[in-house]
Design a protein around this ligand. Structure first.
Ligand code: HEM
Length: 452
């Protein structure tokens, strides 16, 4: 069975919960959350409601998103790095930012972005070839490298070997250790007025990252002025005016957006790809299916956009991977006004927790919720759950703008890896899922590769 973290045994005190939580959000939760429609957490200073009822999830994300803005508590943790980025803004600012960003990620643009994804995939296979001699390889570091490469190539037309790209990448790694994305401040029982101190290290790494991204952005603005900018995502976003005001992003606001594209775009894809490769090692029959599918779909050294539509099994594996290991395991909103959820009063300011982790494994919604079965999406239950209980990219107005991008990148890289290598587990090194910035393995994911 695919690994699942042990649930917390029984009831614990608030402070014990806080301590468990600090260590790992997933194993701090009780097992009943896999069956509950809603759970209320009362703390001395605020209340949280974890919603698994698909109707409540639909209400919060799709039907009335403006009444459930991004939580202030989450914003505080991320501000040093992300400034005023679309990931943390609300209201009119957020809406204007999405009007400028969304066109860059429209389905039609995928054809233009695809060659850069392909090149990053080939670079990944080439980097791993010398390691494919049966020795254990820590694969999360490799997928992080590859996903960061995809982002730099698609945004700025530079591979990760470029000096600036490498600087940003290594600074992000340091930053993540100091500041997790799912800020514990959102759920810990501290009153809202306690200032969230950012460690000196968090502020320093945030400054380094922003300085490097500012250089990339300023250079690109100059290239645009000179008429020599490549046609990539950065160019598209920097030249798209808001259809309502006619204004484009200024440099500062663009730096904020690039920071979130990089963070949200590479950590997530890297997490999903690493778990997908592990699952292929756990299920060799699926690995063979993907290798055969990939061999029929493309030649390794030629680019075809049409190859993407010939990888339905790689897509199914990637989708099932994100069901079991949703890269963003939980996200948090705040009730702006008084609400009633399942006959309980929800006060304004309450934290509303949407947990793909629990929803995707909900025992009353999914058949065999903890099994790995990419074919499930062709069944009645799988189709219904895909509609009502599957939200790795969130849903509604604030749905991930990179969802289409990620659903091209993930299956493509997975197919390229399955075509090139045979992938095996390392005995005694089974990964333990843990919510870090995204869902990662506590001690990494170790696999053996050999040429296919
Ligand atoms: C497997 C890959 C990915 C997963 C699972 C994923 C998941 C998510 C989720 C769950 C959210 C909503 C978070 C919340 O509401 O708190 C989100 C938002 C976002 N994602 Fe992704 N994402 C992925 C890839 C990407 C990529 C490739 C990009 C861009 C290049 C991207 C850019 C963003 C941005 C800008 C937002 C904020 C949107 C808003 O608040 O309006 N993501 N993503």
């Amino acid at each position: 069975m695919p690994p699942k973290p042990a649930a917390r045994p029984g009831k614990v005190s608030l402070w014990r919960y806080a301590r468990l939580f600090r260590r790992d959000i997933l194993s701090a939760q009780p097992a009943r959350l896999y069956r509950a429609w809603m759970a209320e957490f009362r703390t001395p200073f605020f209340r949280s409601y974890l919603c698994n009822d698909p109707d409540l999830v639909d209400l919060v994300l799709r039907r009335r998103p403006a009444d459930f803005p991004k939580s202030r508590r989450i914003r505080e943790g991320l501000t040093p790095l992300l400034g005023n980025s679309v990931f943390i803004t609300n209201g009119a600012t957020w809406a204007r930012q999405r009007r400028i960003i969304d066109p860059a990620f429209e389905g039609g643009r995928l054809r233009d972005t695809f060659p850069a994804m392909w090149d990053a995939g080939q670079a990944m296979v080439a980097r791993l070839a010398p390691l494919a001699d049966g020795r254990p390889v820590e694969i999360e570091a490799q997928t992080s490298h590859a996903a960061a490469d995809v982002i730099f190539r698609t945004l700025f037309s530079i591979p990760i070997e470029h000096e600036l790209a490498a600087d940003v990448f290594s600074a992000f790694r340091a930053h993540q250790k100091a500041q997790p994305l799912l800020n514990i401040g959102a759920l810990l029982p501290l009153p809202g007025w306690v200032p969230r101190l950012h460690s000196r290290r968090t502020r320093a790494t945030a400054r380094t990252i922003r300085a490097a991204i500012t250089r990339l952005t300023v250079d690109r603005a100059a290239a645009l002025d000179a008429g020599i900018a490549p046609d990539d995502l950065a160019t598209k976003i920097m030249t798209t005016p808001d259809p309502e005001t006619g204004q484009t992003f200024d440099t500062d606001e663009m730096v904020d957006q690039v920071a979130i594209f990089f963070l949200a775009g590479h950590e997530t894809s890297a997490s999903a790809l690493a778990w997908a490769l592990y699952l292929l090692a756990l299920y060799p029959d699926w690995q063979d299916r993907l290798a055969n599918e990939a061999s029929a779909a493309f030649e390794p050294d030629k680019i075809y956009f049409s190859a993407l539509s010939k990888l339905p099994q790689a897509r199914a594996v990637f989708r099932e991977t994100m069901r079991l290991y949703p890269p963003v395991p939980m996200f948090v909103r705040e009730a702006a006004c008084p609400e009633r959820f399942r006959d309980r009063a929800v006060p304004p300011g309450a934290q509303i927790i949407i947990s793909p982790w629990h929803l995707h494994r909900h025992a009353r919604l999914w058949e065999r919720p903890d099994d790995f079965d990419p074919d499930r999406f062709a069944t009645e239950n799988g189709k219904a759950c895909l509609r009502d209980a599957y939200i790795p990219f969130s849903a509604g107005a604030r749905v991930c703008p990179g969802a289409g991008f990620a659903m091209a990148e993930g299956p493509l890289l997975l197919a390229m890896m399955a075509r090139a290598f045979r992938i095996e587990r390392v005995a005694g090194a089974e990964p333990v899922p843990q919510a870090q910035l995204t869902v990662r393995a506590r001690d990494g994911i170790h696999l053996r590769l050999s040429p296919r």
